[in-house]
Design a protein around this ligand. Structure first.
Ligand code: GSH
Length: 252
């Protein structure tokens, strides 16, 4: 009989239904779903992240605050010591090594890492100023929202209402559009198959999941109307990408 096996995925909850919003956790969840691994999600209130993750023996992911971040997974195979892994990329590498089928790095890990970096530079780094202040709207009122607002002030050195002021809106949107146009041009130049923007084979690749995680974050936690502004851009490439990812967007 095969050993009993369960993975726990730690995520930060929101008041949305379903509560998943974090792009870094989605990167891990996409891999778990694609590999059809059994897992459960442990939802954390944001102020409890440090206490809970340090108590389960997770490694901090940063040298400065916030030291502890989600995703973290605990992989428990019956009869063996639990393996605790922090950081979305370390989780992807661990899962790929331990459960290699189906593979998430078609064309090689190095190439996927270049795609990963190019995606982040052209999407999340421009979208962050819009999502960070807006996240307050999807966090539960009270202690969770208050913790987020006060901890960001400490981390950013300015209040959330300072970082996406009306006078910078046009310039910030122009950056978001420019980034997507750059990324679209990039996907046209690289080798990929019919369905996926970053995979040369029939199935999706890790970079396809990274892009999906970021677009989903912008869609559900970005400013009002954010998704409508971008989904049809570049011939509807981004909306098609999210539709293609639907089979891997289950929450366990
Ligand atoms: N390098 C980490 C970054 C993870 C990260 O920043 N996670 C965010 C949620 S998307 C988090 O847990 N933040 C906790 C905080 O900012 O207090 C990874 O890729 O997993």
């Amino acid at each position: 009989m095969p050993a009993k096996h369960l993975i726990t995925l730690y995520d930060i909850r929101s008041k949305l239904d379903p509560p998943a919003w974090s792009p870094n956790v989605w990167k891990a969840r996409f891999v778990l779903n694609y590999k059809k691994l059994p897992y459960i999600t442990q939802w954390l209130a944001w102020p409890d992240v440090t206490d809970v993750l340090s108590s389960i023996g997770a490694a901090p992911t940063r040298m400065e605050k916030p030291y502890y971040t989600v995703p973290v997974i605990v992989d428990q195979v019956e009869g063996k010591p639990a393996v605790v892994v922090s950081d979305s990329l370390d989780i992807a590498d661990y899962l790929e090594h331990k459960y290699p089928e189906p593979p998430i790095y078609p064309g090689g890990r190095d190439r996927q890492m270049i795609y990963h970096m190019t995606i982040s530079q052209n999407t999340s780094s421009n979208m962050f100023v819009m999502v960070a202040p807006n996240l307050t709207k999807i966090l539960p009122e009270g202690r969770e929202r208050e913790f987020y607002v006060s901890s960001r002030k400490e981390i950013f050195g300015v209040g959330l209402d300072e970082i996406f002021r009306p006078e910078v809106h046009d310039a910030m949107w122009a950056r978001v559009y420019r980034g997507l146009d750059n990324l679209s041009g990039f996907t046209d130049r690289i080798e990929h198959g019919e369905q996926w923007l970053f995979s040369p084979v029939e199935g999706p690749s890790y970079a396809d999941f990274v892009l999906g995680a970021i677009l989903n974050w912008f869609k559900i936690a970005g400013p009002e109307g954010a998704w409508d502004r971008i989904k049809g851009r570049n011939n509807g490439k981004w909306e098609r990408h999210m539709q293609n990812l639907q089979p891997y967007m289950e929450l366990l």
